[in-house]
Design a protein. Sequence first.
Lengths: 244, 263
Amino acid sequence: MQTDHYHSLIEARQIEHRFNGQSLFSALNIRIDVGQYISLIGLNGAGKSTLLRLLLKILPLQSGEIVHRSDLRIGYVPQRWHANSQLPISALDFLKLNLGKSQSHAFLNQVMETWQCHPFAHQPIHTLSGGQWQRLLLARALLNQPHLLALDEPTQGLDLQSQHEFYQQLQGLHRQGITILMISHDLAHAMSYSQRVIALSEGRICCDGAPQTLLNNIEYQRRFVCAHQDAILPHTHCGHHDHA
Amino acid sequence: MPEFMLIALVGGLITTLMTAPVGAFMLWRRMAYFGDALAHTTLLGLAVGLWLQLPLTLSMLMIALIVAVSISLLNQRPHTSSDTLLAIAAHSSLGIGMLAIAILPEARVDLMGYLFGDLLNLTYTDIAILAVTALLVVTSILYYWRALLLNSLNSELASLSGINNQQIQLLLALLVAIVVAVSAKLVGALLMTALLITPAATSRLFSRSPQSMIMGAILIGQLGVVGGLAISWFFDLPVAPSIVSLLFTFFILSRLIPPRLLN
């Protein structure tokens, strides 16, 4: 099945998901359009990663409908996982394993050059640092020349300098025409780099729009900005009415 | 060399061709206990074979496959702990199997042989079965190599590469079941896991790629078989424990090598 609109990469209609008998979200509708830079935000346990995996069709859909554009190619950067040290595989072999049949080794070399993977190409993946790991996963995700790059908290564990560099690189990819859909805990990044912020809270999308419009959204302010401020400066009780 | 030793040697060498790659995947997927549980179920297979008067290798294979598929399917359901399932499957089938053999009026079976191995009593038919099974297992692994490896690395990324993770996990469970059931006669149900895991774990220390780890595990397994048979011959000791003890010695010795010599 195809999306009814060519500019839409993914369209989710009335999706529901239950986990351990509890509803994580219900009747959710989202459309991911070509060329957007989208940040998906939400508190811990809001279901951001689950939603992303459902949108990418990694998780089986329990209810509703998710439609991908027929020619959609997805690049996915998952959260860092604990690579099994018993499986000895170098960064280069890991990338080769993910190389499509139609792609040449010259292309692989070019991607590795762009993402500076050569210095650790022969290092086992379980020994890579946070920054190296991120470059490797990004290179892997870009091997199939994706229309959509989906990232799940990609800057987790990176220092501020590395985070800044990473965001610059993402912007470069976005300028090349790749649609970005990223789960982020970093509100500052979401507000300053994104064209669209989707906020997930209590099983529904509580805010969805351009960063500027969110600044005037009372629900967004109450759930995210005040919660953030309360965490840093508890005495302000910015979000005290939340617990009433 | 007497004929029975030659048959044992050929049987052992063929077996390591399939136990090494399957053992490596078990290590990469953290499935060591799964293999152990399946090895225990071969005793239940033995009892079923005796009760129904079926060829014993066939009945052991049937039970191992049924248990492997059942555990794999149950594992995909929520609220199911895989180690609990494996512990129940392993020890229940061992208990029930031994009980069934004990109450079988005319059972004349060398239980010790099936528990601790009977390599010296291999027949030409056993060699043929081992050879066909090894060919099937090695061909399957080569054919599904990319899918098996991607699934072992990260199932989400494998899924986005178009790999059906459930199918691949089931395939691996079936391969383990086949290898365990067919090889159980060589080293026995209780020592089977050692033949699967120890060569792969020893080889890991010297390996820089999955392929080299499997090749190393084959070599180490074959050294274990040749050395174990020699120890058994010259010192009049049981074969399977000799092989397993030698493999364990290789593992310990490999751990004593200074890390700087390995890099």
